[in-house]
Ligand binder design. Structure first.
Ligand code: PMM
Length: 266
């Protein structure tokens, strides 16, 4: 069964829900609603990684996320902390997070791998080629899924060398990160290359720009409802391809899509 990670962005500027949940009480209420809708993990983030965004001071990031992580952990809800900062990752695990989700796979902060190793948390390694402010400068691939898989393999090797047991590692091809338009579809078409790494695979397509581009045929954004419908379809296809979990904003839509996909599979 494909799991659902519900996104709780405690940020003023995330890609599609920026500013809605910057107040911790609203973020907590939102996360609880996502849990009730069927999320198996709540993924809490305090720094936007949308294209062009700037880095956030780790102290500000911690202020945003720690009360939210604590509130979910106190209710026994599995929490993932979406951060590129080792200090935030360590603090969030102390506050109860069970998974560190680093979209940079440990590349952004040289202290990340050691922090995760000693924390005992699971580690979601995202494929990444550089900070969001100029990530499209690195969007150059011949065989996208092969290159993403081979770069992820080297990050998995670095994580294992730092003492993170392979069973604790999750891999994520980083949809939208240093990948433009069709390159994202190339990665998804070749998802078998990512699965062949032998780890749990997490995918985040939710509301991303490449879906808008596919629906509209132009770089213009389509509205949230259409992006959520497109995301629900990618969730169903992820289930079809044996993906371990999908990271989404609209948990209810993906829950329904997965129920239908699983019914078809029998
Ligand atoms: N995408 C975003 C943020 N965190 N984490 C993982 N593991 N995979 C992703 O694809 C991913 C992520 C950016 O999306 P958002 O700004 O809508 O949260």
């Amino acid at each position: 069964m494909t799991g659902i990670w519900g996104i709780v962005n405690v940020t003023p500027d995330s890609f599609s829900d920026g500013g809605q949940f910057i107040d911790p009480q609203r973020a907590i209420a939102h996360g609880l609603a996502l849990r009730d809708a069927g999320a198996s993990v709540l993924d809490v983030g305090g720094e936007s990684t949308r294209p062009g965004s700037e880095r956030v001071d780790p102290a500000v990031e911690e202020q945003r996320v720690l009360p939210v992580v604590e509130a979910f952990a106190a209710r026994g809800i599995p929490v993932s902390i979406d951060t590129m900062n080792a200090s935030t990752a360590a603090a969030a695990v102390r506050a109860g997070a069970r998974i560190v989700n680093d979209v940079s796979g440990g590349l952004a902060d040289p202290g990340m791998l050691a922090a995760v190793a000693s924390s005992g948390a699971d580690f979601a390694i995202g494929h990444w080629r550089g900070p969001s402010d100029d990530m499209y400068a690195h969007a150059d691939y011949r065989r996208a899924s092969r290159e993403v898989a081979s770069e992820l393999r080297s990050r998995v090797g670095a994580a294992a060398a730092a003492g993170i047991a392979p069973a604790r590692i999750i891999v994520d091809p980083g949809i939208g990160f240093a990948k433009a338009g069709e390159q994202n579809w190339d990665v998804l078409r070749g998802i078998a290359d990512i699965k062949a790494l032998g780890h749990r695979v997490l995918i985040g397509t939710s509301r991303k720009r490449f879906l808008s581009e596919t629906l509209s045929g132009t770089p213009a954004d389509v509205d949230i409802e259409r992006r959520d419908l497109a995301t629900a379809v990618t969730s169903a296809l992820a289930a079809r391809h044996g993906i371990w979990a999908v990271r989404v904003h609209n948990v209810a839509a993906t829950r329904d899509a997965l129920a239908v996909a699983h019914a078809w599979e029998g």
